[in-house]
Design a protein around this ligand. Structure first.
Ligand code: SF4
Ligand code: SF4
Length: 341
């Protein structure tokens, strides 16, 4: 396996940044970690999770779609798309890597979202295995192995050494390009860490919840009509925090911004199905109550999405909504209440 000593990491980052844009988790003034563009002096944060996920790299928080110019009565639509620069995201956890698969099923399905694809094509993912899972982690419930994350290159941090294993063609090309940075070493420490971590994961409180009856059409109507949605949703403030931190949430809105007389930018921004005006249309609003909006979010992740996507759930068990919701409402409570747990 390829290795790099901890004290060589910054030099490795500097080399990558010379050729690509490099993004990685860095501890912020708040003590929390977020992905940011690496700059000299930045230290890679080994925190278990960033507050916000890595989805922004592919499904951008805000993105210009095209411009519209009007001169007299002539309307011109200007395609503002450009190939984005090649970039590397270092340190993506297994749950967030799976979230890219969830997003791919939406944005790369016919008709392909060219904005998303542009970023996917130019991004390279170096994932990082977990060794200290938190009690709020439950990726294993969705068959995600936090000790062997996907991505283009898998990485592990054991003691003072980083181990790397490329698993895609893109990953192979990358390690070939940066081969002078790595040395070969035995993978025994990685195997040991994996075993120890899997033992910890096995004991986490939510990894064995019962998902029976969720990802199936037979129980869809029954689940939809369950009276418990009302009680569960009662505390929900509709603040949307859970959807903004969630790596798999994919609601967006398209808006216009008047730049100057006759010139308008049409852009896409993240939105939230928890907001009261999300489904507001000229005809009517099909989800008038917070109970309906709350139910939609969880039915989508646990029922509608997996039915459409060969059983893949729309949740990756990252635990962000468990730590971020101001009223401590989350998908685990929904699974416990609605499932046979
Ligand atoms: S579930 Fe929690 S975080 Fe999500 S909208 Fe409701 S109050 Fe906000
Ligand atoms: S629903 Fe919660 S636990 Fe599941 S992926 Fe979204 S933020 Fe993570």
């Amino acid at each position: 396996m390829l290795t790099l000593k901890e004290n060589q990491l910054d030099a490795f980052f500097a080399l990558i940044e010379k050729k690509r844009e490099l993004y990685l988790p860095v501890e912020q003034n708040t003590g929390k970690s977020e992905f940011k563009r690496w700059a000299e002096g930045d230290k890679y944060s080994t925190a278990l999770r960033t507050t916000r996920s890595a989805k922004n790299f592919f499904f951008a928080k805000s993105e210009n779609l095209y411009d519209i110019e009007m001169n007299d009565k002539k309307v011109e639509v200007i395609d503002t798309r450009k190939d984005c620069n090649d970039f590397v995201i270092f340190g993506v956890r297994a749950c967030d890597v799976r979230s890219f698969d969830v997003l791919d099923n939406v944005f790369l399905a016919d008709p392909v979202d060219s904005y998303y694809k542009n970023r996917r094509d130019h991004g390279l993912v170096i994932s990082m295995a977990c060794s200290k899972p938190a009690a709020t982690c439950f990726c294993a419930l969705f068959d995600i192995d936090a000790t062997s994350p996907n991505g283009d290159i898998q990485a592990w941090h054991v003691d003072d050494t980083y181990y790397f294993d490329p698993i895609t063609e893109k990953g192979d090309a990358f390690v070939e390009e940066f081969k002078e940075c790595f040395t070969e070493a035995d993978d025994a420490p990685v195997r040991k860490q994996k075993e120890e971590t899997l033992n910890k994961i096995e004991k986490l409180p939510f990894v064995k919840l019962n998902l029976d009856g969720f990802a199936t059409e037979e129980k869809l109507t029954e689940l939809f009509d369950r009276p418990e949605w009302k009680d569960l949703s009662e505390a929900c403030l509709g603040c949307g925090t859970c959807t903004y931190v969630c790596p798999t949430c994919q609601c967006f809105d398209v808006k216009d911004y008047k730049v100057s007389e006759g010139k308008t930018k049409r852009y896409r921004v993240w939105d939230s199905c928890m907001y009261s005006n999300f489904t507001k249309m000229a005809a009517a609003n099909p989800r008038l109550t917070q109970t309906e909006r709350f139910r939609q979010r969880f039915m989508h992740k646990l029922v509608y999405y997996p039915i459409k996507n060969e059983g893949m759930y729309g949740c990756v068990g990252c635990g962000r909504c468990l730590v971020s919701c101001p009223v401590s409402m989350n998908i685990v409570k929904v699974i416990k209440t609605m499932g046979d747990n």
